[in-house]
Ligand binder design. Sequence first.
Ligand SMILES: Nc1ncnc2c1ncn2[C@@H]1O[C@H](COP(=O)(O)OP(=O)(O)OP(=O)(O)O)[C@@H](O)[C@H]1O
Length: 216
Amino acid sequence: MIRTRGLSYRYAEGSEPLRFPDVDLRQGGTLLLRGRSGTGKSTWLALMAGLRSPAGGDLFVASTQLGTQRGAEIDAWRARCVGFLPQKLHLSSALTVADNLALVYFAAGQPRDDAAIARALAQVGVAELAGRRPHQLSGGQAQRVALARAVLLQPQILLADEPTASLDDEAAADALALLQASAAACDASLVIATHDQRVVQALAAVPGLQQLDLNA
Ligand SMILES: Nc1ncnc2c1ncn2[C@@H]1O[C@H](COP(=O)(O)OP(=O)(O)OP(=O)(O)O)[C@@H](O)[C@H]1O
């Protein structure tokens, strides 16, 4: 779940804050986050992931009120509760695909589970790529690996930042379907930030779809 009230964020002391409309997203629900470039989509996602702290307002994510926790505490919470598919995938080039996923256990303070890593890769159709390094993957394969990493610990929230940018129509439809299936498999709430009309149209069919439009 996500619940925000009067949420704002300020990049620099004394600057005009970004202000965000209130949101109530139930567990398992889908939220479409819309807005032109620069309206604050990535900032809003970073707030939900506890990567940035609000300047004002109340923010509850996965039943936790965010904003007061310290570094290590928020890092462990994020590793357990939030799956994040960022625009830049941040796969470590020095590590194999499987080892990139294993970093999730390190961040969460949990023992590595190789069977779960293999299952997560299989779920997104890239089981055979476990031993490769990121530079040996196509863009679409790398995104699948990042999605497997995001859902490895069965997060309560799955956040995706422009997941179809630079994909052709067929790959975009596949990526969207995979995101939805991955969220459904762990009953996670799914948030997709996009200005891709293909995604907006495809998600229009989702029952109970919620929208947060930052253009307003
Ligand atoms: N590190 C930063 N320091 C100062 N201002 C920033 C910083 N990052 C973003 N901003 C500003 O905050 C606003 C929101 O940026 P944000 O990246 O969240 O928008 P966005 O909707 O995700 O854009 P895009 O679709 O282009 O990725 C913009 O005006 C941007 O210039």
